[in-house]
Design a protein around this ligand. Structure first.
Ligand code: ZN
Length: 83
């Protein structure tokens, strides 16, 4: 367990295991499908802010620092995604 990252997750998203499993799910999708938003091969997403369309739009490190806590959550709370 990392006290620093636990504190960061709590600060960003709150306490509790469900929050950490939710983070782990994003990392699982990212390493499995190349996109943190998809459960299948990414066919692309519209970016409503920039009006662009691109594959793998689900940037795993947005907001900045998300990747670190998502990977940590996957390592520590992602058992259900590792079967
Ligand atoms: Zn996608």
């Amino acid at each position: 367990m990392s006290k620093r990252l636990e504190n960061k997750i709590t600060r960003w998203y709150g306490k509790g295991t469900p929050t950490r499993v939710w983070l782990a799910k994003h990392w699982h999708r990212y390493i499995t499908y190349g996109c943190s938003m998809c459960w299948h091969e990414c066919k692309g997403h519209q970016n409503s802010v920039r009006s662009t369309y691109s594959k793998g739009y689900g940037d795993i490190n947005s907001p900045k620092g998300f990747a670190e806590i998502a990977e940590y959550a996957y390592d520590n709370y992602g058992e259900s995604f590792k079967s």
